[in-house]
Design a protein around this ligand. Structure first.
Ligand SMILES: Cc1cc2nc3c(=O)[nH]c(=O)nc-3n(C[C@H](O)[C@H](O)[C@H](O)COP(=O)(O)OP(=O)(O)OC[C@H]3O[C@@H](n4cnc5c(N)ncnc54)[C@H](O)[C@@H]3O)c2cc1C
Length: 424
């Protein structure tokens, strides 16, 4: 690999593929390196294999959904928006569709179609792609990036784009090597944490698998800090597992839990699930009381089965200190109040999150204060650019992370080409 290119891009995920395509579109010679045997390994598993590639939201709503340094990517999102991405993919033969909550998918529902189309586009743009090439280090002299080293081979370039991803789902190739490379040349890495991640609990009824697999659509999950203040509250579906809570509603609060646990490592945080967010507590109490007064002959457990899955009602009733099989007509006012209170705020003890390797996204990364948001260029090393999840930017689920990768990739590729051509 002893040769020279105008731009080298490290990493063939969405950020790297877009950076390579954009640099090539600006008329420079591009080499894309990935340590895997194929491009877009992580992309293939996104959105359950359907690839939620962006969101239909406008730029301000997008930034509101990027809690980790959303403002830093304002320029990139402006330069290459969700709509730009959709038009670009449309030109590559990938029409897209919008689903609920603005989530955008390829019309075919196949992530592999998107990866294939991007790969074909790179070929058409004459980008050289080398697989199974793990970059070990950046070559830097006098604060100028001169190329990369992979094993004992060196490759020189006018500019380098690091798009190596985070460190979640390492089997896809994202193992955090970009952090090491950047650190070696003077960049700081902000503390890494799991974002968009499931939370762990130690409530006996959860870890004893009483509700394992139970899914509750459209509930609200709240998390309280040790002073009892709500630090996160999100609506969405929740799924119980034998170690805690998962599902879209939980992934959004997982980030806050991870950050809070970094502040106070041993703290168990209190959580509460509003099982019926659309119904005020008084109405719920009133409805239950009406059924009881009307002489409903069912057991307590079955009375609640109109509202919740059976296994969940059994847990609720037990937590309220009532026998699940007791006749509903025996419930007094206090028991009804207790049940309604539990349904509006089922307490859970949150002990932490699943590890970073299992998180959808890695929070933290290359310190964005050291990167120019107008170009994605390093403020420390000339000719060095960053794109995608390797940066300290993380978003909620819903297509926002992929859009960040594509937008920062586009801007980094464009800027790297301009740098090489002396236009910047
Ligand atoms: C299960 C799952 C589902 C997801 N679903 C969605 C979704 O539907 N929508 C969404 O917006 N986001 C989703 N995400 C997040 C999204 O996939 C990532 O944010 C996005 O892929 C980041 O893109 P990237 O190009 O920065 O990094 P990556 O996609 O991680 O790509 C990095 C690439 O760099 C290569 N690489 C790493 N180190 C080296 C090295 N030293 N030398 C050479 N190559 C190297 C890797 O092999 C890899 O190909 C999901 C994530 C997961 C784990």
């Amino acid at each position: 690999m002893n040769n020279r290119y105008d731009v080298i891009v490290i990493g063939g995920g969405p950020a790297g593929m877009m950076a390579a395509a954009r640099a090539a579109a600006r008329g420079v010679q591009v080499l894309l390196l990935d340590k895997n045997e194929a491009l877009g390994r992580k992309m293939l598993i996104t959105g359950g294999g359907r690839c939620n590639l962006t969101n239909d939201a406008g730029i301000h709503e997008m930034i509101a959904n990027i809690p980790g340094n959303g403002k830093f990517v304002y320029g990139a999102l402006h330069r290459f928006s969700g709509q730009d991405l959709r038009s670009f993919l449309h030109q590559l033969g990938i029409p897209t569709k919008v689903e609920e909550r603005g989530r955008v998918f390829p019309a075919s529902d196949r992530a592999s179609d998107v990866v294939q189309a991007l790969g074909k586009h790179l070929q058409q743009m004459a980008v050289t792609v080398r697989y199974q090439t793990r970059v070990d280090a950046l070559l830097v002299q006098d604060n100028r990036c001169l190329g990369v080293r992979a094993g004992d081979k060196k490759c020189l370039a006018g500019a380098v784009v690091v798009a190596t991803g985070g460190m979640s789902y390492p089997r896809t190739g994202s193992t955090g090597e970009g952090y090491k490379m950047a650190k070696e040349v003077g960049h700081s890495i902000t503390r890494l944490f799991p974002s968009a991640v499931a939370v762990t609990c130690n409530d006996p009824w959860i870890i004893n698998r009483e509700v394992q697999g139970v899914s509750l659509p459209g509930v609200t999950v709240s998390v309280y800090n040790q002073r009892g203040k709500v630090i996160a509250a999100e609506a969405g579906d929740v799924i119980f597992t034998h170690w805690g809570l998962s599902g879209p509603g939980v992934l959004r609060v997982g980030r806050t839990v991870a950050l809070e646990r970094q502040k106070v490592p041993a703290a168990a945080l209190k959580g509460a699930i509003d099982l019926l967010p659309g119904q005020p507590r008084e109405d719920l109490e009133h409805d239950l009381a009406k059924k009881v007064q009307a002489g409903d002959r069912r057991s307590v457990k079955n009375l609640l089965a109109d509202l919740l899955p059976e296994r969940m009602t059994r847990v609720l009733v037990t937590l309220a200190g009532i026998r699940p099989e007791a006749p509903a007509v025996q419930l007094n006012k206090k028991a009804l109040q207790d049940l309604a209170a539990l349904m509006k705020g089922l307490p859970v003890q949150i002990t932490g999150t699943r590890p970073i390797e299992e998180a959808t996204v890695t929070g933290g990364g290359i310190n964005s204060k050291e990167v120019d948001p107008r170009t994605m260029g390093s403020k420390i090393v000339k000719g060095l650019f960053f794109a995608g999840e390797v940066l300290d930017v993380d978003a909620h689920t819903g297509g926002f992370n992929m859009q960040v990768a594509f937008s920062t990739g586009f801007l980094a590729g464009e800027s790297a080409a301009a740098f090489v051509k002396g236009d910047s």
